[in-house]
Write a protein that binds this ligand. Sequence first.
Ligand code: GDP
Ligand code: CA
Length: 337
Amino acid sequence: MQIAILAGGVGGSRFVRGVRHGYPDAELTVVVNTADDIMLHGLHISPDLDTMMYSLGGGIDAERGWGRSEETWRTSAELAAYGVEPSWFGLGDLDLATHLVRTQMLDAGYPLSAVTQALCTRWLHDSDHLRLLPMTDDRVETHIVIDDPATSAESGGPPSDAAERRQRAVHFQEYWVKLHAEPEARQVLLVGIDTARPAPGVIEAINAADLVLIAPSNPVVSIGPVLAVPGIGAAVRGTRAPVIGFSGIIGGAPVLGMAHRLLPAIGVQTDAESVGRHYGSRRDGGVLDAWIVDNADAAAVPRLTEAGLAAGSTDLIMSEPAATAEFIQHGVKLACE
Ligand code: GDP
Ligand code: CA
């Protein structure tokens, strides 16, 4: 059995651990968001790929949910002592080794997919039947348009000029980590997406899959970019496999993180039903055959079903892989009925 999974970082990796638990003999291909990637201190950082790799390879800091276990922060402290910016992005000493290897290999001309494979040889083994693919080898960055307090008060220049200056785009990491998603997100830009190509193996994995699963990852900045890579959304819409999505929004709020700060910027309300409708049924040009929501959102199920999207409710808290596996199997059963 072959399973293709679309995912982001922390929520995505918890989900994949559940898939692995529920389908121990399946071949898993995880297509991971790379639009969070950022260059810092000359290093190429791929937060979601690293979270996924550490998490599945047993090297994650389980409490934090990201970064290496037994991490130390001496290099960051040294950089701060030099007054080097940015200081808002946590770079652990052990984690830095990953970024050094990645950056050197990219500089030597290897594509990100090959670099990912090389890094994963340390963490994953053939017996894991698990492959991590970046969504693309091309550079794509999520930028968030926010109001710029520095210029919004200015009144000089013609009005059109002033209107343009009132907003600025910041890298997703700056919005998320430095600004704590506090400024209103006006727009989400996926810089580079139009010319990005799916990484080698992505389309093949979706086409060959017996199941395609969309993790309860952030719909805007994790799943959104993956589906927006030209060709990936079409492959999901066209695959012969059932496509099942799981809601990361429970009772009108993200289980973890700040997805509610970004959903309004793409015109989607922060509730499980709205996110399901946003992904849409494959019968209506969307990507889903079934959408699974938490029991807290059971009231949405008949409305979704009536609107043509098969839906079901169950307990969607990923407390441990066995619990996650249970709700995944529930979703698969629903989609196959
Ligand atoms: P990131 O890339 O590290 O931000 O992580 P993801 O995008 O993969 O996952 C973040 C999303 O996972 C958030 O929007 C959460 O609501 C969702 N999430 C986290 N834990 C759980 C859980 O236990 N159950 C469900 N259903 N969703 C979760
Ligand atoms: Ca992420």
